[in-house]
Design a protein around this ligand. Sequence first.
Ligand code: KIV
Ligand code: ZN
Length: 385
Amino acid sequence: MRKINVFDTTLRDGEQTPGVNLNFEEKIQIATQLERLGVDIIEAGFPAASEGDFQSVKNIADTVKGSSVTGLSRSVQKEIDAAWEALKGGEEPRLHVFIATSPIHMNHKLRMTPDQVIENAVESVKYAKKRFPHVQWSAEDACRSDIDFLTKIIEKVIDAGADVINLPDTVGYITQEEIRHVFSHVRETVPNIDKAVLSTHCHDDLGMAVSNSLAAVEAGAGQVECTINGIGERAGNASLEEIAVALKIRNDFYQAETGLTLNEIKRTSSLVSKLTGMAVPNNKAVVGDNAFAHESGIHQDGVLKETSTYEIITPELVGVHANRMVLGKLSGRHAFKEKVEALGYNATEEEINKVFKAFKDLADKKKEITDEDIFALMTDEKAGE
Ligand code: KIV
Ligand code: ZN
């Protein structure tokens, strides 16, 4: 099984979610939980962005010892210096330095020629390497870059000392087939590629961030960059929990695994949702409220007989207490009886049949039947005896 490093960027790219602004205490709370979850690398922020970001990154680097802590920097010496000041107290100081490599970004944003971009990237990696034992270099907008230019610049930054090469899909544009091609081509054509780990960082503009990240893993990525609940710039980043659980449940296919403590996932998701104010949709894979809920009678009956009929993930795997049978108009007698018994009633078959009919009448008028509704139905039944 190949080990895939998990690089969590909830505190950097995730904090770029419109409307999200975490304070110093909230950031350390999230970083400590990420450490408990077992992420390999925590991107704690962008130290040169503001005094607040600098202090938070420093605090996290000085405090968190179970995960490696990194911070982002543009290819600018004074930003690399700021990152070093913030990160030097960490267990394994690690810099994440980036520059854009796509024609659109080089022409319109950087206003630099491809040769100037190569020179700048090489200089910044060499400069960073004088301080940091680990340097990750990112080709921003890699997935819209010219593949020959990409392979050329990657070879040069590895020669300059980069340990990790990250190829982001910055605007969430690429397809699975294409990203597999980018990663395979880079692995096959860059002569010194074995000296570095390849990393994937996908955005979700077309709703493909998780599947693209997994396709990159198939094609040799050894690191995935993601955020809790998939929060991030615009439509967000690849969601950590979905990638981690997909690798676990389908390790027969991917032949790869993370080192995460998966049963910390639900707790981490809830904490991030609470502190960012970003609600998790009920139908979100793995961490949504409905991820382990069954509504139709046919499904409920199947799950009560054997959970694997309709559950491919056990709730316990991700730290959810138990699955949930939603009692509504589609529910069957089997789930209803289980619920009545779970609420402490020792009802006869005849009583169950009668109350089940009253339950169905009520369910026609109400979307979901609560425990209180069942108590009331059972009380009416007992009163009528
Ligand atoms: O999406 C992106 O390209 C980024 C880089 C800074 C790595 O977040
Ligand atoms: Zn990003």
